[in-house]
Design a protein. Structure first.
Length: 131
């Protein structure tokens, strides 16, 4: 029997993300799920960087052992040029808010649409979501 806990290192990349409640909220949920989940804000404003630095940030995150990054303003479109693979939803929307780092590759997803669609379907069960 192993007491080893799964560990994940993730980050939130964007302007003004230091006060975000997302990292501590995700870390608490990780604890509840029995995961070691470290979620670090990577605030471009605090670092004196522009959104154009997103490619360098991706490569640094990979070098540091990050499993993935959440991407917010101003990088959701800028990150596209630095990805090895882009999900169909992200391609359709032309924006990425989640980058998974897997086998050294950057895989971009967009969960904004699926999250919005799920909330819409829950709140308006008869709504058509195929338009």
């Amino acid at each position: 029997m192993s007491n080893r806990t799964e560990s994940y290192l993730v980050g939130l990349v964007g302007d003004g993300v230091m006060p975000s409640l997302t990292p501590p909220m995700h870390e608490r949920e990780g604890d509840v799920q029995g995961l070691r989940y470290l979620y670090r804000p990577i605030d471009l404003l605090e670092l004196g960087l522009s959104g154009d630095a997103v490619g360098d940030l991706l490569r640094s995150a990979r070098s540091l052992g990050f499993n993935g990054l959440n991407i917010t303003h101003p990088c959701k479109q800028l990150v596209l040029a630095h990805l090895d693979e882009i999900s169909p939803d992200a391609l359709r929307l032309g924006a990425v808010n989640t980058v998974v780092i897997e086998d050294g590759r950057f895989i971009g997803h967009n969960t904004d649409f699926s999250g919005f669609a799920a909330a819409l379907a829950s709140g308006l069960p008869g709504a058509r979501l195929d338009r």
